[in-house]
Design a protein around this ligand. Structure first.
Ligand code: PHE
Length: 339
């Protein structure tokens, strides 16, 4: 039995195999247990010696089994350590990566182009005073832009004076910048804007990018050169036709809207005989300069404002304004940009 058990123990390589040997030897119906149980049938004169012999054998086998058990445990531990060893020279597994939303991407592109022309980025609050959003921009109290149809008014707060508004344009940042820093000024101000309007081509929240240049001897020529340069760079079309068309904004004089050439039929930018409006601009109204404490005899400037979604749609072939805000993953995977 001893020899047999030793061989079985050597053959056992896993905890389960070892356990089978243990139970088969020392278990309730194990071979040794059976021998001990049969002791009663042994003639009385042999019983004592036989009993002692079997007890010795049991001690011996118990020790052997325990020893092999420890060995198997150690082998298993070693195998596990080997398996779990970390190769620190391996490159880490790539995490799934998100994409840049077309609105963020468009603002980044605009910022990069204007940065090359020496502009820096300015900011203002989404919740704006009526003074910054309208009055200082020479927009009188009775102006239709102020009516509740277009403007979100906040509830009157005690001691806050006039109720504040969700800014309807980024032009208030012009005011904040002129009040906050001395000219020369060259800033763009991308950000969220809000108007109480909602249909296929209007969203109550959308994005604009404002621009402001203040310096001595700034002319309409600077405005035209700057915007032509920007539009050709943004659309990657060095020959893009650009047209300046007379318009009206309270805060610029003269004011203009800027069109680019495109084909109404194919939608292609820079081809065809049609014009498409892409931004508003003008020379900063002397009244606005004066409202900001700048002497119009000394300082002049130009300003412009454009719709971020509109420019993103034109460049990337996005048809529906509302798709920007739906967070549809299929849409985001299609129109998103890799970082
Ligand atoms: N704020 C104007 C708009 O929202 C755009 C604009 C900005 C026009 C600056 C002229 C100068 O339509």
């Amino acid at each position: 039995l001893k020899q047999e058990t030793i061989e079985a123990l050597i053959a056992a390589n896993t905890h389960n195999e070892w356990d089978a040997v243990r139970v088969g030897t020392l278990g309730r119906s194990g071979k040794l247990t059976m021998l001990l149980r049969q002791l009663g049938q042994v003639p009385a004169e042999e019983r004592k010696a036989r009993g002692q012999e079997l007890n010795r054998l049991r001690d011996e086998l118990t020790k052997l089994i325990e020893k092999r058990g420890k060995e198997i445990e150690e082998l298993a531990l070693e195998a596990r350590l080997k398996e779990e060893r970390v190769d620190v020279t391996l490159p880490p597994p790539l995490e799934p990566q998100g994409l840049i939303h077309p609105i963020s991407r468009t603002i980044e592109e605009m910022t990069a182009i204007f940065a090359r022309m020496g502009f820096s980025v300015a900011e203002g609050p989404d919740i704006e005073t009526q003074w910054h959003n309208f009055s200082a921009l020479n927009t009188p109290d009775h102006h239709p832009a102020r009516t509740e149809q277009d403007t979100f008014y906040l509830l009157d707060e005690e001691g806050q004076g006039e109720p504040r508004v969700l800014r309807t344009q980024t032009s208030g940042v012009q005011i904040r910048t002129m009040l906050g820093q001395n000219p020369p000024i060259r800033i763009i101000a991308p950000g969220r804007t809000y108007r109480a309007d909602h249909d296929a081509t209007h969203s109550p929240m959308f994005h604009q990018c404002e621009g402001l240049v203040i310096d001595k001897n700034i002319t309409l020529g600077h405005l035209k050169g700057c915007l032509i340069e920007f539009l050709r760079a943004y659309f990657n079309k060095p020959d893009l036709p650009v047209r300046f068309r007379s318009s009206y904004f309270p805060f610029t004089e003269p004011s203009m809207e800027v069109d680019i050439g495109w084909s109404r039929k194919t939608g292609e930018i820079g081809a065809g005989a049609d014009w498409l409006e892409v931004l508003g601009a003008g020379m900063v109204n002397p009244r606005v300069l004066a409202n900001c404490g700048l002497d119009p005899a000394e300082w002049q400037g130009f300003a412009f404002g454009m719709g971020v979604e509109r420019l993103a749609m034109l460049k990337n072939g996005i048809a529906d304004l509302r798709s920007f805000y739906e967070s549809d993953l299929r849409w985001l995977r299609h129109y998103g940009f890799s970082a």
